[in-house]
Write a protein that binds this ligand. Sequence first.
Ligand code: FES
Ligand code: FES
Length: 170
Amino acid sequence: MKVAAPEHWTLLEVLRYKLGLVGSKQGCDKGDCGACTVLADGEPVLACLTLAALCEGREITTIEGLMPAWRASEEGAADPVQEAFDRCGALQCGFCQPGMMLSARALLNANRKPSRAEIRQALSGNLCRCTGYTQIVQAVELCIAEAVGAEPASPAWAPGENPWREEAKD
Ligand code: FES
Ligand code: FES
């Protein structure tokens, strides 16, 4: 796809204001919140800090493209990340979700069975004001369990399983 835009425009501006792809959210617009996260050649990038001109020739996946990309390569109605976020109730207002799900998809593409610490690290650039993160981690762990045919890990809030609580004690 070709699109013309001023050379100083960011990828986020082109996606939202030239292409009408408003799934990528304009939160802080300065690299703090992760709401604008998209995949560039499979790697998560902050679209608000990425010049559109530097994306020429790169494959950009937004939340609008996640389901079609999954359907093109695997069976199923939606990407399992989207399904798991839905099943785990991992969203409230939904503002953070496009970036959160794309970061999760990038993680799972690179590492089929990340640990809870690795999940937290991969999602650490995506801020959520609503959910408290526990269902988000649980959703990613549900994806992992289903992909490898295992039982899901204990919920992040189970006694002795909550790494946030242990960090708070220190
Ligand atoms: S809108 Fe890009 S990091 Fe917040
Ligand atoms: S669900 Fe509202 S910011 Fe995450």
